[in-house]
Ligand binder design. Structure first.
Ligand code: ATP
Length: 247
């Protein structure tokens, strides 16, 4: 840990209907940190996370990833920057009828020409890599099953494997465990943490469950009404702060 992989300066989002999603957020994230964003519904957690790779277009502000401002990036440069940012979704976003390993291979699309990608012509080394990643999330036995034959927790582990196949320096997970039971949630969070630590990937996870944030995060950021109201290690997040955050 040391240098900042992500630096956000004055990030503001106003939706077309005038709703202010984020006021002016500034923060900086170190390499290898696991950060959990918590806060009440509508606080701006998803807006913040999705602004980082411009899935959600910021209204103003700067977002530096490895020193480059993604808000200024266009074309090939933007594509290359997005490649560095893996994304894990609440609803997994898998291709249900494709096999587990095919889903993981989709993480490699950013590295292929659109023609090869369009025909699904993945190289042998990509396939080998995808199978290795599946083994890391404990799914080697499920590699050739259809994605929709897996349990929710297993599908989310495929989601993590697909993001890792992108070889990202930053991993964004938007409420990855919101649809899972506690045991599967714990497993998914453990894999996120383990892979982040092993590969030095900075991970930012939006969570509804404060207890999971406390258990897994190195640092917790509390957002309320589009502003950061808490930023610190889990042991500094008091019950009173949590109460104020969700009030
Ligand atoms: N497309 C949109 N158009 C208008 N307003 C939006 C849009 N998306 C989000 N918002 C608003 O922006 C604010 C922040 O929403 P956001 O989804 O980021 O919150 P959140 O903290 O992720 O909430 P949740 O925990 O319920 O997912 C809310 O007031 C929300 O209604």
């Amino acid at each position: 840990m040391g240098e900042a992989i992500l630096k956000v300066e004055g990030l503001r989002k106003v939706y077309p209907d005038g709703t202010v999603g984020l006021k002016e957020i500034s923060t900086s994230v170190k390499k290898g940190e696991l950060i959990s964003i918590i806060g009440p519904s509508g606080a701006g957690k998803s807006t913040f996370l999705r602004s980082i790779n411009r899935l959600n277009e910021p209204t103003s502000g700067k977002i530096f990833i490895d020193g480059d401002d993604i808000c200024q990036a266009k074309g090939t440069k933007l594509r290359k920057m997005r490649r560095k940012v893996g994304m894990v979704f609440q609803g997994y976003n898998l291709i249900k009828r494709s096999s587990t390993v095919q889903n993981v291979l989709h993480g490699r699309l950013g590295y292929m020409s659109s023609l090869k990608g369009g025909f699904g012509r993945f190289s042998e080394s990509d396939t080998k890599m995808a199978l290795e990643i599946l083994a890391r999330v404990g799914l080697e036995e499920q590699a050739f099953k259809r994605a929709d034959e897996l349990s929710g927790g297993q599908q989310q582990r495929v989601g993590i494997a697909r993001a890792i196949a992108q070889n990202p320096s930053l991993l964004l997970a938007d409420e990855p465990i919101a649809s899972l039971d506690p045991a599967s949630s714990e497993k998914v969070m453990s894999y996120l943490k383990m892979i982040g630590e092993e590969d030095g990937i900075t991970t930012i996870v939006n969570l509804h469950q404060v207890d999971f944030a406390k258990q897994f995060a190195d640092r917790i950021i509390g957002i309320k009404a589009g502003e950061i109201v808490f930023d610190g290690p889990p042991n500094e997040l008091s019950d009173y702060t949590v109460e104020q955050l969700y009030k």
